[in-house]
Ligand binder design. Structure first.
Ligand code: FES
Length: 162
């Protein structure tokens, strides 16, 4: 509080303004740092938006979106789904909810399997539980490519738009 005592009174508002500006800049950079830290986490945890055609059918990806030997998480109703494009170009779609304690599973390119990072559960590309604690297979879905859309449907459901 004594730092401005020796200065002429006319310069005090400028110093106060600089302090406010500095505080604003520090606050802004702190916010930007927090946003850059949490955004990738939120992107990983929350499945991306998808076009739902009805409760049992969803556009999970564009046809040109997935390279061979890759996978993506999509939203299927209130749950995440996993769409995998095999090295052959063929698609597989599975529930992405681990049957152990419901963590979200992911496709592993090197192992070409489905892996749950929570407790090292492993499934094959048909969704069958292979190792680790998962007690049951993942639900498997039908996949159809129509035009430039990759459509995922629960077994036995119509694949057309309603
Ligand atoms: S929640 Fe997936 S292995 Fe435990």
């Amino acid at each position: 509080m004594t730092e401005n005592r020796d200065q002429p009174a006319a310069t005090r508002p400028a110093a106060s303004g600089r302090r406010r500006l500095l505080g604003f800049l520090l606050g802004s950079s702190l916010l930007a740092s927090l946003a850059s830290f949490f955004y990738p986490i939120l992107k990983f945890v929350l499945p991306p938006e998808t076009t739902e055609m009805d409760a049992d059918t969803v556009v999970a990806a564009r046809a040109d979106e997935l390279a061979p030997n890759s996978g993506k998480i999509f939203r299927f109703g209130s749950k995440p789904g996993l769409l995998v494009r095999l090295s052959s170009g063929e698609y597989r779609a599975l529930s992405a909810t681990c049957t152990h304690l419901e963590c979200t599973v992911q496709y592993r390119q090197r192992e070409q399997d489905v892996w749950c990072a929570c407790h090292n559960g492993v499934y094959d590309l048909q969704g069958r539980n292979r190792s680790g604690p998962p007690p049951r297979p993942l639900d498997a879905y039908d996949v159809h490519v129509r035009g430039d859309e990759v459509i995922v449907a629960r077994h036995g459901h119509e694949h057309g738009r309603s």
